[in-house]
Every structure is written in structure tokens, then in C-alpha cells.
Design a protein around this ligand. Structure first.
Ligand code: HEC
Length: 172
């Protein structure tokens, strides 16, 4: 053992790698790179086929979305997105004809809408021109809107999120 450690720059024992021709090295590298990306693609495909321009969800984007939600949205949609009137989580109209902001959690209907529709509503506002839900395009960047969506989705129980991914999220 000790004698092996004595070879040149103290490196590990001579690898067969050193003996390969550049041609063979390239092929080996290409082979392992495509195997690696193949596995990644498979993993992503099995769990979820993402919208091509949708940024990845990470714990950081969820935390960013939560902070943005508390600062900008909770005033109407409630803390933790429980809705303006928790007794009426689907929102709609109050008896005196005012818009009620719906909940964002499993009691609301945000999960009925594909991500593209949630994005559109947050960015450009409600289709109803008299709705208090106005667009945030000039106040939030697209990445921030996606972070808000990541946070909203984090409010849903795992079964609902799974159903959403399988049936709704990427529909247009
Ligand atoms: C001034 C009150 C108000 C603020 C602030 C507000 N909203 Fe809304 N939002 C509403 C109301 C009311 C509705 C429902 C009425 C409508 O769709 O026209 C709504 C609808 C929505 C919907 C559609 C929900 C569904 O189930 O169809 C989403 C998503 C949404 N808001 C997200 C946000 C986000 C994210 C923010 C913060 C960046 C935000 N809202 C800020 C009042 C508000």
C-alpha cells in the first residue's frame, strides 16, 4: 500500500483513464453525460412534465412567494391565503354586492385553474374590470409571480397537489 502512495504528485494509483486515447475518453464522457441527463429527464417526466417556461420550485421560491403574499395579497386573500371571508372561501359577491377575495388553499378554487391562468390573473388582473383583483405586472417580476404560485401550491395537501399536477396544472 505505502509504495503505491509514492507515485508522482501523491495522487491515487494510476487510473486506467490515463491510458485511454483522447477519442475513447470523449466517447466515455459523452456516454456518461447522456446517461445522466437521460435519468434526470426520466425522473422529471415520471413526476411531472413542467411547463417549459416555468421556473423550478425550490424551498427558496416558496419562501419568497410567502413573503410576497404576506406583503401584497394577504390584505384581501387573508393570512396564509384563507380568504377574505373564511366562512365563504370560494369568494364571489357579498350580500351588499362587493367582491369577496377567495381563499387560495384547498377550500377555494385556485386549484381548478391551470398555472397559466393563475399567472395571467396575477399578472394582468381579473377579467372583470370592476374586480378589486388588478394586475401586478408593473409591481412584480414574472419570477416573483411564479414564486407566488409556488407558495399558493404549497398550501395544498399532497393529494390535491398530485391531482393538480396530473390533471390541471399544465392545461391551457
Ligand atoms: C384588493 C384586494 C385584492 C388584492 C390585494 C389581491 N387580490 Fe387576488 N383577488 C381578489 C378578488 C376579489 C378576487 C376574485 C374576484 C375576481 O376573480 O375578479 C381575486 C382573485 C384572485 C385569483 C383567482 C383565484 C381563483 O380561484 O379564481 C388569484 C390567483 C389571485 N387573486 C391571486 C392574488 C395574488 C397572488 C395577489 C397578490 C400579489 C392578489 N391576488 C392580490 C382581490 C385581491
Amino acid at each position: 500500500m505505502a509504495s503505491k502512495k509514492n507515485n508522482k504528485n501523491n495522487a491515487t494509483p494510476k487510473a486506467p483513464w490515463g491510458k485511454l486515447t483522447p477519442e475513447k475518453k470523449r466517447m466515455l464522457l459523452l456516454g456518461s453525460a447522456s446517461a445522466f441527463f437521460g435519468l434526470v429527464a426520466l425522473a422529471v417526466g415520471v413526476f411531472w412534465l413542467p411547463d417549459s417556461n416555468r421556473p423550478r420550485i425550490t424551498p427558496q421560491t416558496v419562501a419568497q412567494g410567502k413573503a410576497l403574499f404576506q406583503a401584497n395579497c394577504a390584505v384581501c386573500h387573508g393570512e396564509e391565503g384563507i380568504g377574505q371571508d373564511p366562512a365563504n372561501p370560494k369568494g364571489g359577491m357579498s350580500n351588499d354586492g362587493k367582491f369577496v377575495a377567495p381563499s387560495m388553499d384547498k377550500n377555494g378554487h385556485a386549484f381548478h385553474h391551470p398555472e397559466s391562468a393563475l399567472f395571467e390573473t396575477i399578472k394582468n388582473g381579473s377579467m372583470a374590470s370592476d374586480s378589486p383583483m388588478r394586475g401586478w405586472a408593473n409591481r412584480l417580476k414574472d419570477e416573483e409571480i411564479w414564486a407566488l404560485i409556488d407558495y399558493i401550491e404549497s398550501l395544498w395537501p399532497p393529494e390535491l397537489l398530485q391531482f393538480y399536477r396530473a390533471n390541471i396544472s399544465t392545461k391551457s
